[in-house]
Design a protein around this ligand. Structure first.
Ligand code: BEZ
Length: 211
């Protein structure tokens, strides 16, 4: 069965461009993003890996480690890294799993046989400090991902892990948030001292508590 939200992210050991890794031990109590790309030395993937490298400081600010994967071997990833640097200006600064036997790809359901029976699709798993899966995303090979969106979701996840809030459509860090429906109006007054606006009884917005 596919990995679902709330599942413990399966542990594994794998070879990476930064040496052998045991996933849970590598991750520790940080957040993590595990993402796959279909194939080395391909155009969209080259832009994606450079984009993730450029965002490493943003992931670090969020206490989030990043790891890539494809079914190409580690040696191929290493050779490809210089192209990524040439094209995007960014040196790959995170481990990439070489998974030529598709061990991790199969464990995480990253191969969708009706799309392609050997290559991984563009999967993303965001994993919390408790090792549980907080987000899954699947994109086709032809569409490069928006990694700013992954950061935005991590911001939302980290906020909602701390406060009784949810985040509305297109929310960005710093904008108003939604008080969850389990919180009574009375309770909301103490939890959210800057007050709230009830647009509907079930839709109460308040300034982002930690901003
Ligand atoms: C790409 O990254 O451009 C790509 C990779 C695999 C299949 C199609 C496109």
């Amino acid at each position: 069965m596919a990995i679902q939200l709330g599942d413990v992210a399966p542990d594994f050991t794998a070879d990476t461009t930064q040496g052998p890794v045991s996933f849970h031990a590598w991750k520790g109590d940080s957040w993590a993003v595990l993402f796959s790309h279909p194939k080395d030395f391909t155009p969209v993937c080259t832009t994606e890996l450079g984009a993730v490298a450029a965002l490493k400081p943003e992931f670090e600010k969020r206490n989030t480690k990043v790891m890539g994967l494809s079914v190409d071997p580690v040696e191929s990833h290493r050779q490809w890294e210089s192209d990524i640097k040439d094209v995007t200006g960014n040196a790959v600064n995170f481990p990439m799993i070489g998974d030529p036997e598709s061990k991790v790809a199969k464990l995480y359901g990253m191969i969708h046989p009706n799309a392609n029976d050997t290559l991984t699709v563009r999967s993303v798993f965001v994993v919390g400090p408790d090792h549980k899966v907080k987000l899954t995303l699947t994109y086709p090979a032809s569409t490069g991902r928006n990694f700013q969106e992954i950061l935005r979701v991590i911001d939302s996840l980290q906020l909602t892990a701390k406060y009784a809030v949810a985040t509305p459509a297109d929310w960005k860090d710093g904008q108003d948030v939604i008080i969850t429906n389990g919180v009574s109006d009375e309770d909301a007054k103490t939890r959210f001292p800057r007050g709230f606006e009830a647009k509907k009884p079930y839709l109460r917005v308040t300034p982002q508590p930690n901003h």
